[in-house]
Design a protein around this ligand. Structure first.
Ligand code: KIV
Ligand code: ZN
Length: 397
C-alpha cells in the first residue's frame, strides 16, 4: 500500500482509545505491590507507549497509593491521568487532592449493578444504587471535567436496569460509561449484544464515550474486548501483560496488535507506538515480579521462536510462512530458530554459520548427528552446547 493510501485508510478507520489500568487493576494482582518510584517509572513507559489514559491507582485505598497517584499526576503531561474512587464524597475528595495537579484530572467512580452484588455485597436496593450513582457523579463533576462511571459486574446485571441507570448518570454529568465484565463471565457475542442493546435504548448515549473492561476468568478478555469494539465501544480498558485480579485483565498489547494485524477485518486504529510494547512489557514484568509466560501472544519469549524443522525451513525461505507479526513491529529485535529435537539440518547449518564455523559436508553431517543425539538427552540446547560439538569436531580432524 502506498503512503497516501495508508494515510487515507487511517483517516477512515475509527480511533480506539486505550485506557491502561496496569497501575490500578494490574496492581491488584496477588503479591504485587509497587512503590511510588516504580509506579512513576511504569507511568513514564506507558506515556511513551502512547496510551490515551493511565489509571494511576486508587488514592483512597492507602497513603502510598495516594502519593503514587499524586506523583504521576504531577509528572505525566502527555497522557491523561485518572484514578479510581468509590461512589463516596470522601473517596472523590481524596482523589481530587491527588489529581488536581494533572493536566486533565479525570475520575473513575464505580458501583455494582448486578443483583448478586447489590444484595450481598452492597446491601442496597436498585433505587439506592441509582440515586447514589447519580448523586456522586454530580458531586464529582463539580471538580472533574472527565467523570467515568462504571457499572461493576455489568455483565451479570439486568440490561433494562442498565439502560435506566446509564441514562440517569449521563444526565448527571458522566462523560464516560464503562460496562465491565468484572468476573470474566461473558462471551464475545453476548458482550457485543449488551453494548448494542444499550446503544439502541439509551437516548443520550451519544453524548458519552462508551468503554469496555474485561477480565480473563474464562480466557475471553481479548475476544470480548474486540466484540465490544465491533459494537460501538471506543475506549478499551486493560493492562500490559494482562496482569490483574484472579486470571487478570484483557492484555492491551494483544488487542492493539490484533487491530493492527487484522485491520482488514477491524477498521480501527489505536495511538499506541507498537514498537514500545516489548520494552514496556519487560519493565512491568520486572517491577511487578509477574513473569510473562513464554508462549504468551504478542510479547512472550517464544512468540517469535521456531523449533520444528519444517517451520524453521519455511521461515528461512520466507518469514511469512509462519510469522503473522514481524517481531520488529512490537520492539522484539528478531525472530529466533530454537534448536531442539524437532529441528532440521537447514536451521542447524544456519546456526553453524552464525557461530562462525565453515564445515565441509562430512563434518557437518557428523556435527548434526551429535547434535541430534544430544537433543534426546537435553531439553534445551544452547549455543554453548553446539559450540562444544563444533569445537570437538573441528579439533579432532
Ligand atoms: O472489574 C471491574 O469491575 C473494575 C471496576 C472497578 C471498574 O475493575
Ligand atoms: Zn477490573
Amino acid at each position: 500500500m502506498t503512503f497516501w493510501k495508508k494515510k487515507r485508510r487511517k483517516e477512515i478507520m475509527a480511533e480506539i482509545k486505550i485506557f491502561d489500568t496496569t497501575l490500578r487493576d494490574g496492581e491488584q494482582t496477588p503479591g504485587v505491590n509497587l512503590n511510588v518510584m516504580e509506579k512513576l517509572e511504569i507511568a513514564r513507559h506507558l506515556e511513551r507507549l502512547g496510551v490515551d489514559r493511565i489509571e494511576a491507582g486508587f488514592p483512597a485505598s492507602s497513603e502510598g497509593d495516594f502519593q503514587a497517584v499524586k506523583a504521576i499526576a504531577d509528572t505525566i503531561k502527555e497522557t491523561s491521568v485518572i484514578a479510581l474512587a468509590r461512589t463516596s464524597k470522601q473517596d472523590i475528595d481524596i482523589a481530587w487532592e491527588a489529581l488536581k495537579g494533572a493536566e486533565e484530572p479525570a475520575i473513575h467512580v464505580f458501583l455494582a449493578t448486578s443483583p448478586i452484588h447489590m444484595q450481598y455485597k452492597l446491601n442496597m436496593t436498585p433505587e439506592e444504587v441509582m440515586d447514589t450513582s447519580v448523586n456522586m457523579v454530580k458531586y464529582a463533576r463539580q471538580r472533574f471535567s472527565i467523570v467515568e462511571w462504571s457499572a461493576e459486574d455489568a455483565t451479570r446485571s439486568d440490561w433494562d436496569f442498565l439502560v435506566e441507570i446509564i441514562e440517569k448518570v449521563i444526565d448527571a454529568g458522566a462523560t464516560v460509561i464503562n460496562l465491565p465484565d468484572t468476573v470474566g463471565y461473558t462471551m464475545p457475542e453476548e458482550y457485543g449484544n449488551m453494548f448494542k442493546y444499550i446503544r439502541d435504548r439509551v437516548p443520550n448515549i451519544d453524548k458519552v464515550t462508551l468503554s469496555c473492561h474485561c477480565h480473563d476468568d474464562l480466557g475471553m478478555a481479548v475476544a470480548n474486548s474486540l466484540a465490544a469494539i465491533q459494537n460501538g465501544v471506543t475506549q478499551v480498558e486493560g493492562t500490559i501483560n494482562g496482569i490483574g485480579e484472579r486470571a487478570g485483565n484483557a492484555a492491551l498489547e494483544e488487542i492493539a496488535v490484533a487491530l493492527k494485524i487484522r485491520s482488514d477485518f477491524y477498521p480501527y486504529h489505536t495511538n499506541l507506538k507498537l514498537d514500545e510494547l516489548k520494552r514496556t512489557s519487560d519493565l512491568i514484568a520486572k517491577l511487578t515480579g509477574v513473569t510473562v509466560q513464554p508462549n504468551k501472544a504478542v510479547i512472550g519469549r517464544h512468540a517469535y521462536a521456531h523449533e520444528s524443522g519444517i517451520h524453521q525451513d519455511g521461515v528461512l525461505k520466507n518469514t511469512l510462512t509462519y510469522e503473522i507479526i514481524t517481531p520488529e513491529l512490537v520492539g522484539v529485535k528478531s525472530n529466533s530458530l530454537v534448536l531442539g529435537k524437532h529441528s532440521g539440518r537447514h536451521a542447524f547449518k544456519e546456526k553453524v554459520k552464525e557461530l562462525g564455523f565453515n564445515l565441509i559436508d562430512e563434518k557437518l553431517n557428523e556435527a548434526f548427528k551429535q547434535f541430534k543425539q544430544l537433543t534426546d538427552r537435553k531439553k534445551e540446547i544452547s549455543d554453548d552446547d553446539i559450540f562444544a560439538i563444533l569445537m570437538e569436531i573441528t579439533t579432532n580432524s
